[in-house]
Design a protein around this ligand. Structure first.
Ligand code: ADP
Ligand code: 5SP
Length: 476
C-alpha cells in the first residue's frame, strides 16, 4: 500500500498552539502536538513561535503542506525589517474601548461601518487597536511599517525565503476581521487605516483560498492559512442550516453564507470564510473560562464542577452575567461579571455552578438569535471548543439554544480545518477534499423548553436592568 500524503494544520489560538498532521486524502489524524501560550491580552509573537516549535517537534517528517489557523484580529506591528515593534494586542484586549467609540462616530456611526466593511468595530477589531496604539505607544507606532494578523505573521515566519515585510500574505477570512477590508467588494479600505493610525501602513496581500504562498525551510508548501473560526468552519464542513457554536476562550456562533451580511446593530460581524464565501459570526469574550473560573472559586476540579451543574435542581432564580473579562457581545467592554438572585437557598456551590453554565449559554443563545435575525436558518447547532466537553453544557444547550445539538467528536477543528486547507492547496482541486466529521453522542437534554424560556427571560431582565452600571468604567 502506498504511503499517505501528509499535511499539517495549526491552531495558533489564544491559550495554546495545537498541531495536527493528517492524511491529505481522508483527514485521518496521524500525529498531534500542543504547547501553551502565556496568559495576557498583549503577547510577544515570539511566544507563538516558541509554542509552535514545541508543539510541532518531531511531527513534521514527510509533511508536504502546512496551513496556519490563528486567533482573529490580533494586531502585530512590524518595522521595515519585519521586526515586531510592540507586543501583539489580542482580540480580547479591551484597551481600545475609547478608540472604538471615536472611530465609530467619526465615520458616521455603526451603519456607515457596516456598509464599509460588513461589521461594526468593537474593541476586538484590529482597526481600533491601531488608533489605540498610536496614542498609547507613540514610539512603537512611529517605527511601524506594516500591520499583520497572528496567522499572517506565523505564515511569514515559516517561509524560507522571507525578507523584511515583503511578500507577507493574509486571506479573505482573517482580513475580514481587521475593519479595513470589505468582504462584499473584496478590497482594502486603506483610508480606514489612515483614519485610525494617522498614516498609511503596508498591508498583506490577500491570497486565494487554495493558493500556495511559499515554502518552509523543510520544503513543505505553505497554504494561505486563515482565522481560527474560518478554519473551524472548514474543519466541520458546515452546511446550510448548520450553526457552529464554539466554547473556547471566546464564545462564537457562526454559519456559512453565500452572500455578505452587514448588520448595523453590530451584533453579527459580516466576516468572509476560507472558501470564497461568507461567515456571519457573533463573538463573546467569555466562554470556557467562565466554567474554569467558577470551578476555581468553588474549589472544584472541572469534572466535579460539571457534575454539580448537571445535578443541581436548576438555578432557582440565580443569574450569573459572565462578563469576567469585560464583554464584546453585548458591547460592554467595561463590564464585570454580576451575580443576581442570591438567597440562602441559592447561595450554594451547585446552584452557582449551574448559574455559570446557564449564564454563558444564555449569552450564546442571544448570539444564535442574532444570526436568526439576519435571516440565517438554524437547523442544527454543532458544539465545539474545549467547553463543549462539559456534560452540563451538552445537557442544557438544546433547550437554551432552541435547536438540535450535534456534538462532533472532540477534536481540534481549527487545526483540522487548516490541515484541510493545506490538502486543498497541495492537490490543487477545485474544492477542498471530502473529509468525514465523526459525530459523538451528547449528554441527553435535561431542560424543558419552558424552563429554558424562564431562564433566558430572567437573564435578559437582569442584563437590561443593569446595563447602566455595566457600561461605565466605574467598576473596572
Ligand atoms: N470538560 C470541560 N469542561 C469545561 N471546560 C473545559 C473542559 N475541557 C476543557 N475545557 C476548557 O476549554 C478551554 C480551552 O478550549 P479551546 O477550544 O482549546 O480554547 P482556545 O481555542 O481559545 O485556546 C479551557 O478554558 C479549558 O478549561
Ligand atoms: O475574536 C474572535 C472572533 O471574532 C475570537 O473567536 C478569536 O478568533 C479567538 O478565538 P479562540 O482563541 O477563543 O479560539
Amino acid at each position: 500500500m502506498s504511503q499517505p500524503r501528509l499535511v499539517a494544520g495549526v491552531d495558533c489560538s489564544t491559550q495554546a498552539t495545537k498541531v495536527v498532521v493528517c492524511d491529505a486524502e481522508t483527514g485521518a489524524v496521524l500525529r498531534e502536538g500542543r504547547a501553551p501560550h502565556p496568559d495576557g491580552t498583549q503577547v510577544d509573537p515570539a511566544e507563538w513561535w516558541k509554542a509552535w516549535e514545541i508543539a510541532s517537534d518531531g511531527l513534521l517528517d514527510g509533511v508536504e503542506a502546512i496551513s496556519i489557523g490563528g486567533q482573529q484580529h490580533g494586531m502585530v506591528l512590524l518595522d521595515e525589517a519585519g521586526e515586531v515593534v510592540h507586543p501583539a494586542v489580542l482580540w480580547n484586549d479591551t484597551a481600545s474601548a475609547d478608540a472604538t467609540v471615536e472611530l465609530v462616530s467619526e465615520l458616521g456611526g455603526p451603519g456607515a461601518w457596516a456598509d464599509a466593511v460588513g461589521s461594526v468595530p468593537v474593541p476586538s477589531f484590529t482597526v481600533t487597536k491601531l488608533r489605540w496604539v498610536s496614542g498609547a505607544a507613540p514610539d512603537a507606532a512611529a517605527r511601524a511599517a506594516a500591520v499583520v494578523l497572528p496567522h499572517d505573521w506565523m505564515t511569514h515566519r515559516l517561509a524560507a525565503d522571507r525578507s523584511g515585510i515583503s511578500g507577507i500574505t493574509t486571506d479573505r477570512g482573517d482580513a475580514s476581521g481587521t475593519g479595513w477590508w470589505s468582504p462584499a467588494t473584496n478590497t482594502y479600505r486603506p483610508d480606514l487605516v489612515e483614519r485610525a493610525f494617522g498614516r498609511s501602513l503596508e498591508l498583506p496581500r490577500v491570497a486565494g483560498p487554495a493558493e500556495i504562498v511559499g515554502q518552509t525551510a523543510g520544503g513543505a508548501a505553505l497554504a494561505a492559512g486563515t482565522g481560527d473560526n474560518m478554519a473551524a468552519a472548514l474543519g466541520l464542513d458546515l452546511q446550510p442550516g448548520d450553526v457552529a457554536v464554539s466554547l473556547g476562550t471566546s464564545g462564537t456562533a457562526f454559519a456559512r453564507s453565500d452572500s455578505p451580511t452587514a448588520d448595523p446593530t453590530g451584533l453579527v460581524a459580516g466576516f468572509a470564510d476560507a472558501t470564497g464565501g461568507y461567515l456571519p459570526l457573533v463573538c463573546t469574550l467569555n466562554a470556557a473560562r467562565v466554567m474554569s473560573a467558577t470551578a476555581q472559586l468553588l474549589g472544584m476540579e472541572l469534572a466535579e464542577f460539571d457534575e454539580a451543574a448537571l445535578a443541581s435542581s436548576g438555578s432557582q432564580g440565580l443569574v450569573l452575567l459572565p462578563f469576567l473579562d469585560g464583554e464584546r457581545t453585548p458591547d460592554l467592554p467595561h463590564s464585570t461579571g454580576l451575580v443576581y438572585g442570591l438567597t440562602r437557598a441559592t447561595m450554594q456551590p451547585a446552584t452557582m455552578a449551574r448559574a455559570a453554565v446557564e449564564g454563558l449559554l444564555c449569552g450564546l443563545a442571544d448570539a444564535v438569535d442574532a444570526l436568526r435575525a439576519q435571516g440565517l436558518p438554524v437547523h442544527r447547532v454543532l458544539l465545539l471548543g474545549g467547553g463543549a466537553r462539559s456534560r452540563a453544557v451538552q445537557a442544557l444547550a438544546p433547550a437554551l439554544l432552541g435547536a438540535e445539538v450535534i456534538l462532533p467528536e472532540p477534536a481540534e477543528y481549527v487545526a483540522l480545518g487548516a490541515a484541510r486547507q493545506a490538502a486543498w492547496a497541495l492537490t490543487g482541486t477545485d474544492t477542498p477534499p471530502t473529509w468525514q466529521v465523526p459525530v459523538g453522542k451528547p449528554e441527553p437534554s435535561t431542560m424543558t423548553d419552558a424552563e429554558a424560556a424562564k431562564v433566558r427571560s430572567l437573564y435578559s431582565h437582569v442584563l437590561t436592568n443593569t446595563q447602566p452600571v455595566l457600561s461605565t468604567p466605574y467598576n473596572r
